[in-house]
Design a protein around this ligand. Structure first.
Ligand code: G1P
Length: 289
């Protein structure tokens, strides 16, 4: 079985669904309460035992690099005032030097292209891909649930969730080989954003993948697909004709922060859970609802 310690975060997208907020600021830095969404997914990867992190970025995304680096002025000020908790929030979660790489995608040609940009940094290992738009809340991290499935099968793993038929055109949809058994099913194929009437199932790809490095051979020759973009789904569908792919149904709560309503829902859910805010937020919701 191939080593699995590298996680790739495609963060090169333009964030057009959140304008004007994302005109100068990367959408990955939008915050749920007080933490940027990119940090939630990064912490999910850490919790699932990943050790090396590759961000596929673009122009206007340098704030993300800064977030994963020291801010000496701020840290000195906090240190001088003995603000321990704030210092911990600033640096306590940072990975050790040398474990993060930033690669410029140069052109936002699609998710498949973004992942392909990581090829020289992955070599022949298996690796995870996490889309920061999707925020997961669960006892066992989504990526950990997937790692366990990978360790059993050695195959590529896709996390899936059930969606309403009317929403299939927002997701990659898998073609399952039979029914889910113990939350898992072999994948025959997949289609990117099919119309509801063409969707092969209601099992949507939810932005977490564990992939065999041979995916790069398929990405090498993947042409533009849905939305005029080079789609990861198309490369995986081609590969699934000869390689084993398994889908794991994520057990937990998923927030699609790629759209405004999902983002607002996540904000409410995370705020309600906070010891320092939860009760007051509940009162506010009652007041406005
Ligand atoms: C991407 C993938 C899609 C997946 C989705 C999950 O689409 O291409 O297969 O279902 O993420 O959020 P995007 O949302 O970037 O259009």
């Amino acid at each position: 079985m191939k080593k699995l310690k590298k996680a790739v975060f495609p963060v090169g997208g333009l964030g057009t669904r959140f304008l004007p907020a994302t005109k100068a600021m990367p959408k990955e830095m939008l915050t749920l309460v007080d933490k940027p969404i990119i940090q939630y997914v990064f912490e999910e990867a850490i919790a699932a035992g990943f050790e090396e992190f590759i961000f596929i970025t673009g122009r206007n995304k340098n704030i993300i690099n800064n977030h994963f680096d020291h801010n000496y002025e701020l840290q000195k000020a906090l240190n001088d005032k003995a603000k321990k908790e704030e210092l911990e929030q600033t640096t306590g979660w940072m990975p050790e030097p040398g474990s993060i790489a930033f690669i410029r995608q140069q052109e936002p040609l699609g998710l498949g292209h973004a992942v392909w940009c990581a090829r020289n940094f992955i070599g022949d290992e298996a690796f995870a891909v996490l889309l920061p738009d999707e925020i997961m809340k669960s006892k066992k991290p989504c990526l950990q649930q997937m790692r366990e499935a990978y360790e059993q099968s050695g195959s590529s793993i896709i996390a899936v969730g059930e969606v309403e038929k009317k929403d299939t055109n927002k997701y990659g949809i898998i073609i399952p080989n039979g029914e889910l058994k113990n939350n898992s099913v072999r994948v025959k194929g997949m289609v990117e954003k099919p119309k509801p009437e063409d969707a092969p199932s209601n099992l949507a790809i939810i932005g977490r993948y564990i992939l065999d490095s041979d995916i790069f051979k398929y990405l090498d020759r993947t042409q533009k697909g849905a939305g005029g973009e080079i789609q990861l789904t198309d490369a995986m569908a081609e590969m699934a004709k000869t390689y084993e792919y398994n889908a794991v149904k994520f057990e937990g709560q998923r927030y699609d922060c790629g759209n405004k309503l999902g983002f607002i829902e996540a904000t409410i859910a995370f705020a309600l859970e906070r010891k320092d805010l939860g009760d007051d937020v509940k009162k506010l919701i009652k007041k406005y609802a």
